[in-house]
Write a protein that binds this ligand. Structure first.
Ligand SMILES: Nc1ncnc2[nH]cnc12
Ligand SMILES: [Zn+2]
Length: 315
């Protein structure tokens, strides 16, 4: 990665902590927790990281998360991510975590939260990286389950800045979560949601109008709807775009087709993020680097993208 790209101060606003679980740490945690794995070794697991769509990735991502059991595991996961951030001049993070992925396996909510939170606090003190944590609901599960998760989270209200919506997009439109998002907002939480990754522009409209989100996660399919594009530009609603993820999950066939710079030039407040870096081939720095390499991103454009990420912070 060019040093000038690495040196740019940036924020990461779209990162799933569970998606930062590198195969090496996954195997180490499996050994520590005495869990048998279906993969022979790190290389075999890494070679399984070939996906035709979002669902194929999610199946492996949820399987991988099974090694996370103790508060120390969640601490180690988060700490490893923060060290990557430090090395790439990421000065602020607003990561997601998916409580239901863990509570549905019998891991208490507070075990997950305390491990993550302690690492974030240490990251602020020892690495100088500020943070705002986002609790994300799994949209393939019923809204009732999201309500239960929000209830579990409320005793720890101060540990979060907002709620998000992730997992399988197609067939699970934002409107299904209108009531739980209203409840979260009434508690003073910010709202964000994955929309327009695989799903149609209508899902982005719903996320804006019904969930009243402050930022759109992905949102690359907004370009198919001119009226939506105008709104996003007029209202300067940030998009947290994840280039390497979009290629790995076949949202675009190859990086040369990615629309992030076209959006930037049209005045959309786009940002660069890694989504699930352990699975998609790189952290935020590598995502910037691929735009430089394959789309000819200039230094001026890179600076605007980095500044957008700092401007689009919610914490
Ligand atoms: N890219 C993505 N889209 C939806 N849900 C996710 N969970 C983790 N990564 C995701
Ligand atoms: Zn995501």
């Amino acid at each position: 990665m060019p040093e000038w790209l690495n040196a740019l101060p940036k924020a990461e606003l779209h990162l799933h902590l569970e998606g930062s679980l590198e195969p090496e740490l996954l195997f180490a945690l499996a050994e520590r927790n005495q869990i048998a794995l279906p993969w022979a070794d790190v290389e075999t697991l890494r070679s399984a990281y070939a996906f035709n769509n979002l669902q194929e990735f999610l199946d492996l991502y949820y399987a991988g998360a099974n090694v996370l059991r103790t508060e120390q595991d969640f601490y180690d996961l988060t700490w490893a991510y923060l060290q990557r951030c430090k090395a790439q001049n990421v000065i602020h993070v607003e990561p997601f975590f998916d409580p239901q992925t863990h509570t549905d396996r019998g891991i208490p909510f507070e075990v997950v939260l305390r491990g993550i939170q302690q690492a974030l606090v240490d990251g602020e003190k020892q690495l100088g990286i500020s943070h705002g944590l986002i609790l994300s609901f799994l949209r393939h599960l019923p809204e009732e389950e999201a309500f239960k998760t929000l209830e579990q989270a409320m005793p720890f209200r101060d540990a979060f800045i907002g709620v998000g919506l992730d997992s399988s997009e197609k067939g699970f439109p934002p409107r299904l979560f209108e009531r739980v998002f209203a409840k979260a907002r009434s508690e003073g939480l910010h709202a964000v949601a994955h929309a327009g990754e695989e799903g149609p522009p209508e899902y982005i409209w719903e996320a804006l109008d019904l969930l009243k989100i402050k930022r759109i996660d992905h949102g690359v399919r907004a370009i198919e709807d001119e009226r939506l594009m105008q709104r996003i530009i007029d209202e300067q609603i940030p998009l947290t775009v994840c280039p390497l993820s979009n290629i790995k999950l076949c949202v675009f066939e190859h990086m040369g087709q990615h629309n992030i710079l076209e959006m930037l030039e049209r005045g959309v407040k786009v940002t660069v993020n890694s989504d699930d870096p352990a699975y998609f081939g790189g952290y935020v720095g590598e995502n910037f680097a691929t735009l430089h390499e394959h789309l000819g991103m200039t230094e001026v454009q890179a600076k605007r993208l980095a500044q957008n990420s700092l401007d689009a912070r919610l914490a």
